[in-house]
Design a protein around this ligand. Structure first.
Ligand SMILES: *Cc1c(COP(=O)(O)O)cnc(C)c1O
Length: 231
């Protein structure tokens, strides 16, 4: 049985190797330790092991955990589908929202942030695979959403995120990651006011090395650090 400390070190090592293999600076790839369903004692262990950013996907689960663990020496990212009525719990607690996929949500986040005098950094979640069941905006509507989000003063658009459908086929996964990067490169050429597209959040436990080879700046890794989720 491997310990959380070993798991964490191994993920870090694999991130570094994947970056070097693809001619990238390992410092340009950041790790979100996905702590959804993980109890606070285990999150503290991960923090001891060196984890600095934790990813949560449910507001009602995350808020009490953040309350207990705090934000000293670590940061919290929101990575799940965000309902508009939960926005008030997210602003001020999370340093990055990876999953903005509609103008309505962008507007809500912006309004709530303005109310509190903060700017909330966000990523736009894109559905690059065209799979009907997944969240994320259709690539053909991305530019419109970027333009309108860029005009909102309570949020700062930093990049794009995607969750491709699960596939054991590495080359299939690579295609989706390469598509997101290509889309980002195309959008970046538009120089959309208020939008910077430096960040690409893509890659999970089973495919984060491929995502890094294709340009990920944030990988979101749960199982490979904390073990299989039971809940
Ligand atoms: C759960 C989750 C992850 C992590 O998945 P693992 O396979 O456990 O690494 C990453 N991103 C999102 C959005 C998730 O919900």
């Amino acid at each position: 049985m491997t310990s959380l400390t070993d798991n964490f070190a191994s993920v870090r090592r694999r991130i570094t190797q994947a970056a070097l293999r693809s001619g990238r600076d390992p410092e340009s790839v950041h790790l979100v330790a996905v702590s959804k369903t993980v109890p606070v004692e285990r999150i503290r262990e991960a923090k001891e092991a060196g984890a600095e950013v934790f990813g949560e996907n449910k507001v009602q689960e995350a808020v009490p955990k953040i309350e207990v663990i705090g934000s000293e020496g670590c940061r919290w990212h929101f990575i799940g589908h965000l309902q508009k009525n939960k926005v008030k719990y997210v602003v001020g607690r999370f340093d990055l929202v990876h999953s903005v996929d509609s103008l309505e949500l962008a507007e809500k986040l912006s309004a709530e942030s303005e109310k509190r005098g903060v700017v909330t950094p966000v990523l736009i979640q894109v559905n690059v695979s065209g799979e009907a069941s997944k969240f994320g905006i259709d690539p053909q509507h991305l530019e419109g959403l970027l333009r309108r989000s860029g005009a909102l003063s309570g949020i700062a658009v930093k990049g794009l995120m995607t969750i491709p459908p699960y596939t054991p086929d590495e080359e299939e996964a690579r295609k989706h990651f390469a598509n997101l990067r290509a889309l980002r490169d195309r959008m970046r050429k538009q120089n959309i006011p208020g939008v910077s597209l430096d960040e690409l959040s893509m890659g999970m436990s089973h495919d984060f090395e491929i995502a890094i080879e294709e340009g990920a700046t944030w990988v979101r890794v749960g199982t490979a650090i904390f073990g299989e989720r039971t809940g």
